[in-house]
Design a protein around this ligand. Sequence first.
Ligand SMILES: [Zn+2]
Length: 787
Amino acid sequence: MALSSDPAEMPRQFPKLNISEVDEQVRLLAEKVFAKVLREEDSKDALSLFTVPEDCPIGQKEAKERELQKELAEQKSVETAKRKKSFKMIRSQSLSLQMPTQQDWKGPPTASPTMSPTTPVVPGSTSQPPPAPYAMPEFQRVTISGDYCAGALMIREKYARLAYHRFPRTTAQYLGHRRVDAAPLEEGLQDFHPPPLPQEDPYCLDDAPPNLGYLVRMQGGIPFVYDNKRMLERQEPHSLPYPDLETYTVDMSHILALITDGPTKTYCHRRLNFLESKFSLHEMLNEMSEFKELKSNPHRDFYNVRKVDTHIHAAACMNQKHLLRFIKHTYQTEPDRTVAEKRGRKITLRQVFDSLHMDPYDLTVDSLDVHAGRQTFHRFDKFNSKYNPVGASELRDLYLKTENYLGGEYFARMVKASRTQVPSAVALATGFQVGRLCCVQAEVARELEESKYQYSEPRLSIYGRSPEEWPSLARWFIQHKVYSPNMRWIIQVPRIYDIFRSKKLLPSFGKMLENIFLPLFEATINPQDHRELHLFLKYVTGFDSVDDESKHSDHMFSDKSPSPDIWTSEQNPPYSYYLYYMYANIMVLNNLRRERGLSTFLFRPHCGEAGSITHLVSAFLTADNISHGLLLKKSPVLQYLYYLAQIPIAMSPLSNNSLFLEYSKNPLREFLHKGLHVSLSTDDPMQFHYTKEALMEEYAIAAQVWKLSTCDLCEIARNSVLQSGLSHQEKQKFLGQNYYKEGPEGNDIRKTNVAQIRMAFRYETLCNELSFLSDAMKSEEITALTT
Ligand SMILES: [Zn+2]
């Protein structure tokens, strides 16, 4: 069974591996990694108030050298030889799945004659060294362990393709998939719903496709779709790829073993250092030429390239001043409106403030106290309480929630006003801005002018307490007309099962999954009966998993973990457990939706902000892209893999600065220079930003602190559009017709303001790194064939 990128080769299935096929060594090693991480977290916990996480082990020279010595010695050890064998096994497994004819391997592809990278000469490569005319001195050589990375990349590719996530074509080509060359370029593009045309009604409920009559049952946290009742009785599910936990555990073990493998660490660490130095040289030699290219580019500059805020929470998408003004405004204009109900008693807005002993007139940004500061550093608990204006959860419920007595009206009004593309008539109708019409008009018009080029992807919460959350969220969206062409919505699922369980709101984790995902399956199978949800899902492009990552769980996720149905304890499942089951549900759902010609969803979890390094391993398998990724600093192997797979990372250095990592230590600049696919995002403007234009504030501070060039900034902006859930049509409009092609071919400088020199540099560098992998694979193939 081939891992096909060709939709004609249906049915798509999940290729299963058996745990017994895995080398015992790899499994034990993976368990050791998990155990080590748990131990570290245990000991860290008590001290976490006082210690700042170790900054960057990569940068600490002495330790680095010592480690290198150790690793080189280890490289020769028997144990490593064994481990090597098992890595080769997984790779050959993947190879046999993916390379039909291994004999006629023709080497790396050449993109175009001018851009083709030269096959690099690798010191100490596994190919035979040329005969030397003099006696070669003996010295330590680093062998290429790049082929291990290839195995990891293939695993990611498998999971990405199954879920309709993205995997770069160039990387796939170097991994030796000739089928990729044959497939049309547009294939594999995300199916996001294009925005309605200006004359179309964004709330039109009439286009729901007919009922398919399928049935869905959740078994062990995995949704199974059946064509009809008879098939359900016979337990014969509809042909879709259903994930298998045992296979997932095997794949996960391989990556875990890989990130601790000495030679691989050395190799990746060196490649990353090389990438950074290479960029510095590039900057030195070509900065002026890049700038010259930009200077001669008509019309486009940093201000009018499209930027997407790729990570922002709707509940904090307005800034603190904005929230303050809105609270005062509602109090001035409608103090006697009933806004809540408590034990059958109706409560007016005035009574709410009276009960808090406060006069909104006296409120200031300081007394509102929603901004993060020194006190929130390493205190996620304190940070969470910042969502309560004046520390009062009543105000949070009233102003920042979609479900309350007013049906979330205040929240909707603020979200709408915080977006900048509101047609002024709508803004006036909502009554935002304290009554002074002319001022309002001027302000809205100006903001419209200024921010025509900004888009955002706010997260709305679905908690999984009840299946009713979905229809009520969809109703909120439609009733308050929250749609905006400049926004695409993402659903965030907070990892707080333990809280609901302890309050007896949920019987098991499985029930939570059902509440989150079954309504989506129902709306996909029978949109006629779920018109509002069907409509809302057109504007939803992905899922996020959120909460404090530094909270740790002492459960180790594996195929022996209790399945969600029997996860009934009050203990919260670990991060990797949440991620696997979310991925599993999204994957099946995407396949079903694709079959119906409906839009699919991306999985975009928060990951690597704090906590264990294993989170980044889970996301490497399951996520299309991640938010934060700070901890990639600590694992050269993962960082290099995230680079090779060009996994998008939405970074928020200002948010990190208030919570987990000082601004000056943020790895964004380093990641950007090495060529990782990073974008800038705001996370929570209410808590972190000072100005109306939070995203611009983010860019401006990064540019100032790190002395980023215009080309750097525009590259980040271009990345943000690529990462986002904007539709194919919009991306073509904002980045150029061929945006989906990789390398300079895909760049239209007139739209992106990114120099072609930069694009060519990035592309050649990536191809160069990938060619190491394919060289290493090739020599492995030769060895395999000759022995
Ligand atoms: Zn966030």
